[in-house]
Design a binder for this molecule. Structure first.
Ligand code: NAP
Length: 335
């Protein structure tokens, strides 16, 4: 039984990690719904701030699977999905179980409360990973219990807390992650490495970032733009880490409208921002290692290049490995 609960929570975790870095200022959250015969009805995640929470996405998918009511598939707005579910559920969720990596929210923010929705739909049991430390949204468990839902807390809590950590960090100070792409032979130089899908994901992360940190050598050598054009997103501010203020201002990154570009020989600027991505190779990896919370690596199934990233592998633990994409995508942290 315990194994099953961990298994279903892990499915929710795997889905949520696919959107880590994309949900800021909201947390990455995953949700899985299981039917009365143990069948998986939905595995969903929160995709982006302002869009439906993971629970709403999962309830929508599960509802469709149970009823074949196509009308709900066209609904994107959380309030509309919730309203359709509440008017049409006919107790189809009566014997279902819901697994969520984060305690369902209790407040009516940009969307109505997930805790009330789950209660009103008559879900039998709910399994929760992390407690919500965001005061505005906390106490969802209490609402659920009061309304007759059996609540099981702290399921795979350590793993769920690791998923939630970037959000917690941005609430208190700032979250810094170091992203790089490498080939299977460990090289990081020599032009485009990762797939178009991965690059689009990185552009979506740039759109969500306040600040992007890049090394002076890369700016001179690659002459990058460092915007979010692949997703029509907003380009982040740039911090060029360099001992020299001398850069050719024709380099495209200097000519993106609406952004600030700083050139500094230290990382103090990071403290003025909340969600910070460092894009670097081997030198930046070494220079920034005391300032980084999480590492994100895209491993492309290719050979080539010359410069290898000298990664001290024994000092790292994997938080998530996504093998479903064209590149292997891993989130890691220092032990
Ligand atoms: N695959 C990837 O994801 C990826 C990402 C980025 C870069 N790259 C590639 O990887 C290679 C190396 O890039 P990298 O990011 O490791 O290094 P980099 O861009 O060369 O950045 C290191 C820079 O840090 C600055 N620096 C060194 N010591 C410093 C200090 N004490 N104080 C302030 N600044 C200092 C230097 O800038 P100054 O020389 O201006 O002083 C140096 O160029 C390049 O070929 C690049 O194209 C790959």
């Amino acid at each position: 039984m315990v194994v099953d609960n961990d298994f279903y929570m892990q499915l929710a975790l795997n889905e949520a990690w696919k959107y880590q870095g994309l949900t800021y200022p909201n947390p990455a959250v995953g949700c899985c719904i299981i039917g009365s015969n143990g069948e998986i009805l939905a595995i969903e995640a929160h995709h982006r701030a302002g869009e439906p929470h993971a629970e709403v996405n999962a309830l929508k998918s599960a509802y469709y699977k149970l009823t074949h009511d196509k009308y709900i598939l066209a609904l994107q707005d959380s309030a509309e999905i919730q309203s359709h579910l509440l008017s049409n559920h006919n107790n189809v969720f009566k014997n279902t179980k819901l697994y969520t990596t984060l305690e369902p929210c209790s407040h009516y923010g940009q969307t109505p409360s997930c805790a009330s929705l789950i209660s009103e739909l008559g879900i039998k049991e709910i399994y929760i990973g992390s407690y919500d430390i965001n005061k505005k949204a906390a106490n969802g468990s209490m609402i659920l219990s009061k309304n007759g839902v059996t609540v099981f807390s702290e399921v795979l809590q350590k793993k769920c807390d690791a998923l939630l950590y970037p959000f917690v960090k941005t609430l208190h100070s700032q979250f810094v992650f170091f992203k790089w792409a490498q080939r299977v032979n460990g090289t990081v130089d020599g032009g485009t490495i990762s797939s178009k899908t991965s690059r689009k994901q990185v552009h979506a992360m740039r759109d969500r970032c306040d600040l992007l940190v890049i090394g002076g050598g890369t700016v001179r050598q690659d002459r990058p733009t460092l915007d979010a054009r692949l997703v029509n997103g907003v380009a982040p501010d740039i911090l060029i880490y360099s001992r020299s203020k001398e850069f050719d201002r024709e380099i495209p990154l200097f000519n993106v409208k609406g952004r600030n570009v700083y050139i500094e020989d230290n990382l103090q600027k990071v403290k003025e921002y909340k969600n910070i991505m460092i894009e670097g190779g081997n030198d930046m990896y070494k220079l920034t290692r005391n300032s980084v919370d999480y590492y994100l690596c895209y491993i492309a199934p290719k050979f080539g290049g010359k410069q290898i990233i000298e990664f001290d592998t024994d000092k790292f633990e994997f938080l998530n490995v996504d093998k479903e994409s064209e590149d292997i995508i891993t989130w890691m942290k220092r032990k």
